[in-house]
Design a protein around this ligand. Structure first.
Ligand code: F6P
Length: 321
């Protein structure tokens, strides 16, 4: 392996820069040149490639976002778009591509490998933590901290006004962020897409909270729960008549300086991705399970389902008395 390319794709996640830095510095220390692709697969099919040296990634480990920029590419979904991208990689004599992103990005990498034989390695980078084959994804820890900080602040104002706050967190179709935030934020109730409980149960939760003497309640809703936070708030107001406010945290959860857990995870996975290419691996994601680096076929990451931590779900309920 003499030259590898790296790109970030899909929704950005705090820690992506730490992963790019790890790829560049591991490869350089092994005598391998790195080509950075700007704007994900969109940039790849347009040929937006540039050499990256160790100094180009200096002062980036603490920065949110991605210095390579990112995009959700429509062109890449076509065989013609992928063929153009493959040709750019061949023109630059690239021996392998490292893709930092989520399942959509891994689909793109998988097809590139299948159709053009270019070795690809996936590095899990998404705040959603929804990829099978790794305990955590890069960006998840920071997103939880950011959401939790907001919940703590909303609790202050909620308690002062004796209001109910229904707070919606990201996670796409998964409830990982919601569960962690609910337990760490001391929420009265949490709604996640993995459990299809009816929204009407929130009415009893709120009434019981009031009966127990609680002033104000925090309800966490994952964006993937049908009806979202607004649906839950509507049910509360209709069933109790109590003053309720909705706060949708949104893209703030994707920004900010990565916390140490994300920086360490990104550094380990970025390093492992380079070694994986050197060992001749391809079409796999590098993950970390039980503190150990693992390799999972890319297709498993979206075909197999990663469940939420059911113990945490129970714990959230137990502690909300
Ligand atoms: O996958 C990361 C994520 O932030 C999800 O949590 C959310 O559903 C989605 O991306 C939002 O995407 P966009 O940035 O395209 O609005």
């Amino acid at each position: 392996v003499r030259r590898v390319a790296v790109l970030t794709s899909g929704g950005d996640a705090p820690g992506m820069n730490a992963a790019i830095r790890a790829v560049v510095r591991t490869a350089t220390s092994e005598g391998i040149e790195v080509v950075g692709v700007r704007r994900g697969f969109s940039g790849l099919h347009r040929g937006e490639l540039q050499i990256l040296g160790p100094r180009d990634v200096a002062n980036t480990i603490q920065r949110g976002g991605t210095i390579l920029l990112t995009a959700r590419s429509h062109t890449w979904r076509t065989p013609e778009g992928r063929a153009r991208g493959a040709q750019h990689l061949r023109d630059r004599q690239v021996d392998g591509l490292i893709v930092i992103g989520g399942d959509g990005s891994f689909h793109g990498a998988h097809y590139l490998q299948q159709e053009h034989g270019i070795p690809v390695i996936g590095v899990p980078g998404t705040i959603d933590n929804d990829l099978y084959g790794t305990d955590h994804t890069i960006g998840y820890f920071t997103a939880v901290e950011t959401a939790l900080d907001a919940v703590d602040k909303l609790r202050d104002t909620g308690a002062s006004h004796e209001r109910i706050f229904v707070i919606e967190v990201m996670g796409r179709h998964a409830g990982h962020i919601a569960l962690d935030v609910a337990v760490a934020g001391g929420a009265e109730e949490v709604f996640i897409p993995e459990d299809a409980k009816d929204v009407s149960c929130v009415v009893d939760v709120v009434k019981e909270s009031v009966a127990k003497g609680k002033t104000g309640s925090i309800i966490i809703v994952a964006e993937g729960y049908p009806g979202g936070a607004q649906g839950v708030a509507d049910a509360i107001e209709a069933g109790t008549g109590m003053e309720t406010r909705v706060s949708i945290l949104g893209h703030i959860q994707r920004g900010g300086s990565p916390v140490s857990s994300d920086r360490v995870l990104a550094s380990r996975l970025g390093e492992a991705a380079v070694y994986a290419l050197m060992e001749g691996r391809s079409d796999v994601m590098v993950g970390r399970q039980n503190h150990t680096i693992t390799f999972i076929p890319l297709s498993d990451t979206w075909e197999k389902r990663k469940d939420v931590n059911r113990d945490l779900y129970r714990c959230a309920k137990t502690l909300s008395i």
